[in-house]
Write a protein that binds this ligand. Structure first.
Ligand SMILES: C[S@@+](CC[C@H](N)C(=O)[O-])C[C@H]1O[C@@H](n2cnc3c(N)ncnc32)[C@H](O)[C@@H]1O
Length: 219
C-alpha cells in the first residue's frame, strides 16, 4: 500500500472514514473520486492508481537517449539473443516496438501499449524469452514490488533473460508525481530477489540519473 497517501489520510481524518469525502480527496490529492469505499485502504488503492494514471498518461515523457545501458543500447543486445518473444512491462510510449523483434508492450496507463493492462492483471497464454522492466516495477511498497517480480518471473521462460532499470527512491520533480511512492531499490534487495526467485544476476551497473541497471537469468 502507498504509505504516503495512507499516512496523510490518517493524519487528516484521525482514521474517521466518513471524513474521506470526494471534496477532501480532490483538494488533497487532486483526484476525482465519486465512489464510496468501505475501508481507508480501498481509498488509498484507488487514489494511488489515479495519481499514477494522471502522471503516466498526461505528464511523464520519455527520453531513451539519456540511458547508458537501459535505453537504445538494449535494441542490439536483446535482438542478439534471437528471442521468439519479448515482453516490455510498463512500455510507456512503446518505443521499442518495431526495433526489438517480437516485442509486446503492456502498460496500464499509456494508450500506445499493445495491451493497456498492469503486470499483475496480464494473463498471456505464453511465456517470454526476454522481459524488460525499465522503470516500471518501481511504484509502491516492498510487498507490491516483490509480487510484481514474482509475476514477471512466472512469465519468463526457463533460461530467459530480464533487463531492469530501477530508481533508488528519488521522487520525480513534477508536482503531479508528489503522491507517487517510488520504491527505494538497492543492490542488496536485487540480490535478495535473485535468491528468492532462483535467478542468476548477470550484471549490475550504475546507469544515468542515479538509476541502477541489472540483468537476471532464470535458472
Ligand atoms: C518511468 S516510466 C518508463 C517507461 C518506459 N519503460 C521507458 O523506459 O521509457 C514507467 C512506466 O511504468 C508504467 N507502470 C506503472 N505501474 C505499472 C504496472 N503495475 N504494470 C505495468 N506498468 C506499469 C507506467 O505507466 C509508465 O509508463
Amino acid at each position: 500500500m502507498n504509505q504516503k497517501i495512507y499516512q496523510r489520510i490518517i493524519f487528516d481524518t484521525q482514521g474517521d472514514i466518513s471524513r474521506v469525502t470526494s471534496e477532501y480527496v480532490k483538494e488533497t490529492f487532486d483526484v476525482t473520486c465519486d465512489q464510496k469505499f468501505s475501508t481507508i485502504e480501498d481509498y488509498v488503492y484507488y487514489i494511488d492508481n489515479q495519481c499514477l494514471n494522471t502522471y503516466f498518461s498526461k505528464i511523464w515523457q520519455p527520453d531513451m537517449k539519456k540511458w547508458k545501458y537501459s535505453g537504445l543500447k538494449l535494441v542490439d543486445e536483446v535482438n542478439s539473443l534471437n528471442p521468439r518473444s519479448v515482453l516490455d512491462v510498463g512500455c510507456g510510449y512503446n518505443e521499442f516496438k518495431g526495433k526489438i523483434h517480437n516485442l509486446t508492450g503492456i502498460d496500464p496507463y499509456n494508450d500506445r501499449a499493445d495491451h493497456k493492462i498492469s503486470i499483475m492483471d496480464f494473463q498471456p497464454n505464453q511465456r517470454f524469452d526476454v522481459v524488460l522492466c525499465l522503470g516500471s516495477i518501481n511504484f509502491g511498497s516492498r510487498d507490491k514490488i516483490t509480487a510484481e517480480i514474482a509475476k514477471t518471473v512466472l512469465l519468463l521462460e526457463q533460461g530467459g533473460t530480464m533487463f531492469f532499470r530501477v530508481n533508488p527512491g528519488v521522487n520525480h520533480d513534477r508536482p503531479e508525481a508528489r503522491w507517487i511512492l517510488f520504491f527505494a531499490w538497492n543492490v542488496p534487495f536485487i540480490i535478495e530477489l535473485a535468491e528468492q526467485f532462483n535467478l542468476k544476476v548477470l550484471d549490475i551497473r550504475d546507469d544515468a540519473n542515479l538509476r541502477k541497471y541489472f540483468v537476471y537469468r532464470k535458472i
